[in-house]
Write a protein that binds this ligand. Structure first.
Ligand SMILES: Cc1ncc(COP(=O)(O)O)c(C=O)c1O
Length: 365
């Protein structure tokens, strides 16, 4: 496959423009350096050790992952500083974390005493200690303790034998619903400030908080500049997608991941169908406002409907599609697209340069 032109690829295929990828990696690394924070990219976006190596070479300080299984894959690939940025619960996972903790510098998210206790047991039994970061909800309303409960939960977690409270972390996922760039930036500042305030309350209660970790792609640039923030964990920025363009996080030309598909049917002048459906593009909606399931690059048309193997394009006035032609589609959400494929095709200058193995794909436990 190496050296092939894009027209020689069998479709549907997921392409990663390596030049755009490296530019995105360098840009975020530069922002983190300028802000004086450590960058711990979230590897759930790409799940590819090859991409994580590029992030490390650009100055990333460890990786974030969502699952214990992902942490195991990246440990096997030689990454030695991992944060499972998720409230991990379960003694089975605790036992795997004990084994992982022998190989890497490790930390895990917690947001309840009950959940943390399921990890403390295996670490205490093994005579080891696990670093944990308390998740604080700065407004997203998903997981995490509200700031007013941070001290009570933080203290109780810190008292559990087998655990050490290293810091606090958050993810301002509600930034994805902000209607304007100014709205995203407000959420970003709040993300940093509310987390910094929680860290300060915990310190005032006598808990030595070392890490104050923020992070999402839309909020990263602003949130990392809040004083007291020590670490940032964006994930999607390596690829970007139609959602980031809609939010004003990036320009179209900053999107590295696209899908090449073939038009397999043009049953009506206002309808064309490609061989990329929800099993290729995912059925994630565009955010912050609905807008189909992918943008056909170079055309005004969008994918309006999906079934598993069909992407139905609503043909915009002036656009024409022919059976057999190839189109490039910008997906709504690049992270889930990467997760649907075993391999991503790394391209540069219109030719295949490398094949990226999505090694941590499917490691959901
Ligand atoms: C806990 C956590 N941290 C960081 C991220 C990275 O955010 P993004 O994909 O917007 O860069 C995510 C994304 O889901 C997350 O859940």
């Amino acid at each position: 496959m190496i050296g092939k032109g894009l027209d020689d690829l069998s479709t549907p295929a997921v392409l990663v423009d390596l030049d755009v990828l490296e530019r995105n990696i360098a840009r975020m690394a530069g922002w983190a350096r300028d802000a004086g924070v450590r960058l711990r990219p979230h590897a759930k976006t790409h799940k590819c050790p090859q991409i994580a190596r590029l992030q490390r070479a650009a100055g990333a300080w460890g990786l974030s992952v969502a699952k214990v299984g992902e942490a195991e894959v990246f440990a096997d690939a030689g990454f030695d500083d991992l944060f499972v940025a998720y409230p991990v619960v379960g003694e089975d996972k605790g036992r795997r974390l004990v084994a992982l903790g022998d190989r890497v510098r490790l930390a895990v998210g917690v947001d309840s005493v009950e959940g943390a206790a399921t990890l403390a047991g295996p670490f205490q039994d093994a005579g080891r200690s696990l670093d944990v970061l308390l998740k604080v909800d700065v407004g997203y309303g998903r997981v995490g303790v509200t700031p007013d409960r941070a001290v009570a939960v933080g203290q109780a977690v810190a008292e559990l034998p087998g655990l050490r409270l290293r810091g606090v972390f958050t993810h301002a996922g509600h930034g994805y619903l902000a209607e304007t760039k100014a709205g995203v930036d407000d959420i970003a500042r709040q993300e940093g400030e509310r987390l910094a305030a929680a860290a300060s309350d915990l310190r005032a209660a006598g808990l030595p908080i070392e890490e104050v970790s923020v992070g999402s792609t839309p909020t990263a640039a602003q949130a990392m500049r809040v004083a007291a923030v020590t670490e940032c964990r964006p994930g999607n920025y390596v690829f970007h997608d139609a959602t980031q363009v809609a939010l004003g996080t990036c320009r179209l030309e900053d999107c590295a991941l696209t899908v090449v598909a073939t038009v397999v049917s043009v049953p009506a002048p206002d309808r064309a169908v490609v061989d990329a459906g929800s099993k290729t593009l995912s059925s994630d909606p565009l955010r912050p406002r609905a807008g189909g399931y992918g943008q056909v690059l170079g055309r005004a048309s969008r994918i309006e409907k999906l079934s598993e193997e069909h992407g139905v394009i609503a043909v915009a006035p002036g656009d024409v599609f022919r059976v057999g032609e190839r189109v490039r589609i910008l997906p709504n959400h690049a992270c889930v697209v990467a997760n649907l494929h075993d391999r991503l095709i790394g391209v540069s200058g219109g030719r295949v340069e490398t094949v990226l193995d999505v090694a941590a794909r499917g490691r959901v436990r």
